[in-house]
Design a protein around this ligand. Sequence first.
Ligand code: GDP
Ligand code: IMO
Ligand code: MG
Length: 429
Amino acid sequence: MATLVIVGSQWGDEAKGKIVDVLGSEAEVVVRYSGGNNAGHTVITGGKTFKFQLLPAGILHEGTISILGGGMAVCPKGLLEELERTRALQPELGDLRISPAAHVVFPYHRALDALEEKARGDDKIGTTSRGIGPCYTDKVQRTGIRMGDFVNPDKFRDKLATVVAFKNKLMTLLGGEPMDFESLHAEYSAYADQIRPMVQETDHVVQEAVANGARVLFEGAQGTFLDLDHGTYPYVTSSHPTAGGACLGTGVGPRSIDNVLGVCKAYSTRVGSGPFPTELHDETGEQIRQQGNEFGTVTGRPRRCGWLDLVALKHSSRINSMSGLVLTRLDVMANVGPIQVATGYEVDGQVIGHVPSTPEEWESAKPVFETLAGWDEDITGAQSWDDLPKNVQDYVRFVEHATSTPAAILSIGPDRKQTIVLRPDLIWG
Ligand code: GDP
Ligand code: IMO
Ligand code: MG
């Protein structure tokens, strides 16, 4: 077994970046398969903090091939700035390749993201305002500009001229300002010149690596309940963060995926609007936000915090065919008192044990909680399962049982070293 998907099992920010970094050193290819710079993946190592938005967190490992897959929406300006920022911290990086099928995010996408959010008023999604939704809208509408077009000067000029004329009408209609085609073209042609050498065939690279038995790690962004199809629609992102997206976004089929690890916080958070049954609006929620420093990596917004939702997590395990769980941020739950976990929902006076099929029901669902003993110990220095207090062990066992998914890895702090591997067999086999 040699292929592994790392997927966010909640609403994003589960610490996927840290886990991809830890396991990326063992992979030959690390490939991002969805989303764009709406993601913010933090890696803390050797006293340095990296905040990746587009680059696969595996890029820190020299000798690794890092790929931005065809399922992504890539902002060229953001990518070049991120490369510069990252090289300032670590000059030697892995080899980066970009799929010609990845869609390009332009300034009009960002402008439209803001204008559309404004038009939604109280129903706003709370997007990261990175233009991701409007870029994927163009993809679905079949008018998007892909990386392959972008780095072909003639094609790029023709396509951009058509699209800008259309977007200017749209932006004016929504109360925005039109954009000047020539200056936009000049600025983005300069980015295309820098990016051109990186745009190469990538599906074949991933397929060959899989065929040769090399270790390939598929890095998820966002989280399962932000998935366009499986999330709390319409409060979702516009791509497929779920494990299935790894196939769509990189050019391999389902039988090429060996293992799937679902990264999950010991509690829940969400940024932006939408259903969140176990959300806490009290002092405990505030305590978790402060102890966990739960403020967005990309936008700095305070994250909404709540108890772990095992109804949602079980659903997530099934959607993603999880082999195992990676339970992160267990250290943050110290000193919060008894811990609650949702094991059912009350919907229309009936208790159910699964996620409701409509967003309205999910919005109105009242969680049914079970209370578990908490812990006051600082666990950030634990080296093994045996070092963990019994209440932490019981918490982990409860989650495994309720979701029928074994815990493969525990994370007890942001550093690479603060990681306890329980089931190596569930990682690379
Ligand atoms: P991602 O989007 O899933 O990669 O997650 P983010 O990077 O947005 O947010 C996770 C945050 O948790 C980052 O600031 C990490 O440095 C931090 N982190 C990762 N694992 C742990 C952990 O086990 N404990 C604590 N306290 N922080 C962690
Ligand atoms: P990582 O990879 C948390 C959320 C936004 C908003 C919704 C739609 O760091 O886990 P978008 O800009 O994608 O159109 O916004 O999705 N969102 C995230 N929340 N972590 C992320 O990424 C997110 N990416 C998007 O807050 O609610
Ligand atoms: Mg994040």
